[in-house]
Design a protein around this ligand. Structure first.
Ligand SMILES: [Zn+2]
Length: 294
């Protein structure tokens, strides 16, 4: 099976390769599929240049990665795909509805960071959050977590939360088989949990590209992970400049907002710069920092 060959690939190689792939893909469908209250203008993903992360080899340096991608199943098979309730041992069912709200009321926001962890950028974001006593949720790609467990533990030790962002960041998961989807979602959860260590929780699932078909959400919810949406898209992955990133966040900022940013998938220097400004602003506006509802 394709997935088992992926598992044999060294974690570091796979993580790096996926991080590069994630950058090109990440925002393509997100604004249109999972953020009904955010900007209505869809993102033309075809205009996004593929750029690899600083200091990482191009994707072609990992010849095994392409073969690790499972083959597509036929449209007829996927259109009728249904996933029965299959609670994992020790898991607990949660709502499969996409969460767009926070755990706490009041003037709070939830900051979320996708596509990491990244050994260069994530610690910088953690340092900023610590300086502002802000908590956040990190939606991690499984092999990236596997490659950088120390960063994952740094995240949980600081009191932040973890979220499953799949194994391959495949934005077209729903066009593939239920079995493929189960592996994408549940293998990543296991990789993240293993990296975080005993007792770690992964209470959310954020579908790559917002591919939140009901039966995909059912897999996550059946294993204790609440599908996690967002309400304020920073579009930081496009690297529009720090000022533009802050502007994008503010366009949909309100008490209860879930802000989408990225700590992985490419050069995140603009994100770090924007986050610094944003935290100053949020503090000045007397916002508090919360988590998405579970
Ligand atoms: Zn992503």
């Amino acid at each position: 099976m394709a997935l088992s060959s992926a598992k044999k690939t060294t974690a570091t190689t796979l993580g790096v390769t996926l991080a590069g792939a994630a950058l090109a893909a990440c925002g393509g469908q997100q604004g249109t599929q999972a953020a009904p209250v955010s900007s209505p203008s869809p993102t033309p993903s075809a205009t996004i240049p593929h750029q690899t992360r600083t200091g990482t080899p191009p994707a072609t340096s990992s010849p095994r990665a392409p073969s690790a991608r499972p083959t597509r199943s036929s449209p007829s098979a996927t259109s009728s795909a249904t996933v029965p309730s299959d609670d994992a041992p020790g898991g607990h069912r949660v709502s499969r509805e996409i969460q767009h709200g926070l755990e706490d009321g009041g003037k709070a926001v939830a900051l979320t960071f996708d596509d990491g962890p990244d050994p260069h950028w994530t610690p910088q974001i953690l340092a900023l959050l610590a300086r502002h006593h802000a908590k956040a949720t990190f939606c991690e790609i499984g092999p990236n977590a596997q490659a950088h467990p120390a960063v994952v533990r740094q995240i949980t030790a600081a009191g932040h939360r973890l979220c499953d962002h799949s194994v391959h960041h495949d934005e077209h998961q729903s066009s593939k088989s239920a079995d493929y989807n189960r592996h994408e979602i549940l293998d990543a959860r296991q990789q993240i949990a293993d990296a975080a260590g005993p007792g770690a929780e992964v209470p959310y699932y954020r579908a790559p590209g917002g591919d939140f078909k009901p039966w995909i959400r059912e897999i996550a919810a059946g294993h204790g992970m609440r599908p996690l949406g967002w309400t304020s898209d920073s579009d930081d992955w496009k690297r529009p400049g720090a000022a533009a990133i802050v502007h994008h966040v503010n366009a949909n900022l309100a008490p209860g907002a879930i802000v989408l940013m990225h700590d992985g998938g490419g050069d995140r220097s603009q994100t770090v710069q924007a986050l610094s400004q944003l935290l100053d602003q949020l503090d000045a506006q007397h916002y508090t920092y919360s988590f998405p509802g579970r």
